[in-house]
Each structure stands twice: as C-alpha cells, then as structure tokens.
Write a protein that binds this ligand. Structure first.
Ligand code: MF3
Ligand code: CO
Ligand code: CO
Length: 289
C-alpha cells in the first residue's frame, strides 16, 4: 500500500491515536485549531534555557530509542509509538500531537518526503531513509530535534546526502554568532549544498522555539539576504533544520495538508537541533547527555 508501482510513497492507513497520561501537562494549543499568538522575544534567561535543555534532552533520547528500532520491516507508526512512549515515560508531552490538528507524536518522513510525514502503515525497506522529528514539551518549554536514519544499507548517493545534510546543519549552527544576521546561517548552508548540486528547501525553515513551539522568528537555510536580517544575540534560542535534496527545491503537498514531498520525487534528508547562542558561539540544547 504505502509504495506505488514506481516505488513512490502514497498515503497509508493511520493507526489509532496514542494517548498521553492525564497528569502530563499539555501545551496551550492542544484542542485549538491554531496556537495562541506569541508575543515574547527569542531570548531566554538561564533558568528558561535549562528548561528548554531538559525538554530537548527528552526529545533527543526519544530519537535514540527510535533510531535503535529502525530496520527493514518496521512501520513508521511503530517508530512513532516508540518515540511517543519515550517522551511520555520522561514525563513530557509530544509537542506535535494536536498541534494545528497534527495527529501523531512525531513526523516520519521517508525518501522523497521532505518533512511532516504522518506515521502510518508504511513498511520501511532496505535502502530507504526515514527522518524522525520529535519535539518534547516539559515544564512550559519545547525542545525540537530531528535526524535522518538509514534503513539497512543505502546507495552511495543517498548515504552522502544524509552525511552532508548533517554537515550542512552543523556548518549553519557554527555560523550563528552574536552580531550577525540570521540569514548568515542560510548563506553558509546554501553555499555548502551548492558544491554538491543539492537542492535546498526554502519554504520550510528553522524557527524560534522555547515557550512557544514556533515563535515567528524564521531561520532560512538558503541565501535569503536581505531578507531575514534579525540580529543574532546571546541567549537567543532557535532551530537549524536544513532539508537538502538530490534534485529540486520545489515541493508538493499531499491532500492530508501535512505531507510535503519533493516535486520531482528526488530523495531528501534533514537534521535539526535546537540551539542557544552564546557570547562566543552556540550550545546544542537537543543532546542526550
Ligand atoms: N518539529 C517540526 C519542526 O521542526 C514541526 C512539526 S509540526 C507538525 O518545526 F505539526 F507537523 F508536527
Ligand atoms: Co523545528
Ligand atoms: Co522539528
């Protein structure tokens, strides 16, 4: 069902909704069509950063658990359940569940799916790649992270795409220094991706994150100057989450209004960290240690 005759993905069957214990606090948008407007800025106190780090650690540990389960024969719904269970066991809420009506605790984006793939009965095959994106909400703050996993052995061009997408994210993160504009992050990522002829997705971006899942601050992954000229300052928290493709940067949206694929069905990878900017660089807030 989930792959057509050409090996391209088609919508599958969604599992029964997962539940979250009543004693775990929900973010304010759950049950609403859209989140309440965010009025704060994108910088945080050390106490608040500690809370984002705690949420980010839970999301990262959940990705560790999901990654350990990735194998041929596993469904994306099974991966979602593993991530969900890890987040909930840590006392946190999986931020995507009920966000603007999104039905699952993670996004699982396979092969040509750029982002926001909904976990379903898609059975992963040797050679596929799957991005899993998990955000945890704990004590009023979100930590947002994703990784792309290889399913068994993948072809060399796909292997390199995954490797270089991670490298692109890290280069973008290292470019985030006080006194620069956020578009420097996109310039660095775009320049690196261009070396390999990769497409860089423009219309889905990094974002401010903290007490709100998406604060309104946009972090571009391509050279967008003079747009996105927000000044980077110490204490600022945002994600860097480039999506690179083996083909075009153009995309299509499925009828579910969530699943984004490359227009040419080329393979695409993504990595994401939440970071805080420091006087002399950055700190990753979505790590397991
Ligand atoms: N975690 C995604 C991000 O990096 C957002 C997913 S929103 C959802 O911004 F509703 F699609 F889950
Ligand atoms: Co994000
Ligand atoms: Co994310």
């Amino acid at each position: 069902m989930p792959f057509d005759d050409h090996g391209h993905l088609v919508p599958g069957v969604l599992p029964a909704p997962l539940s979250v214990p009543r004693d775990i606090a929900r973010p304010p948008y759950v049950g609403l069509q859209e989140p309440p407007a965010y009025t704060g800025d994108n910088t945080y106190t050390e106490d608040e950063i500690a809370k984002i780090r705690a949420a980010g650690r839970i999301a990262s540990c959940a990705l560790d658990a999901v990654g350990a389960a990735v194998a041929p024969g596993v469904t994306t719904a099974e991966l979602d359940r593993i991530g969900h269970d890890a987040v909930v066991a840590a006392g946190a809420y999986p931020s995507t569940l009920g966000y603007r009506g999104y039905p699952a605790s993670s996004c699982t984006s396979v092969n040509e799916v750029v982002c926001h793939g909904i976990p379903d009965n898609t059975v992963l095959r040797e050679g596929d790649i799957v991005n899993v994106d998990i955000t945890a909400y704990l004590d009023g703050f979100h930590g947002d992270t994703n990784r792309t996993f290889r399913v068994g052995e993948v072809s060399e061009d796909v292997d390199l795409l995954v490797e270089r997408t991670h490298e692109a994210m890290m280069r973008g993160i290292k470019a985030a220094k006080p006194g620069r504009e956020v578009n420097v992050i996109g310039r660095v990522i775009g320049t690196y991706a261009k070396r390999f002829g990769y497409g860089v997705i423009r219309d889905f971006t990094g974002h401010g994150v903290g007490s709100s899942f998406h604060t309104g601050l946009i972090i571009p992954h391509y050279d967008s100057a003079p747009r996105f000229n927000d000044l980077i300052v110490p204490g600022m928290v945002f994600t860097v989450e480039p999506m690179l493709t083996l083909g075009t940067h153009e995309w299509d949206m499925w009828a579910d209004d969530w699943t984004v694929t490359t227009k040419d069905k080329s393979i695409t990878a993504q990595f994401e960290h939440t970071i805080v900017v420091r006087e002399d660089g950055f700190e990753l807030l979505t790590v397991s240690e």
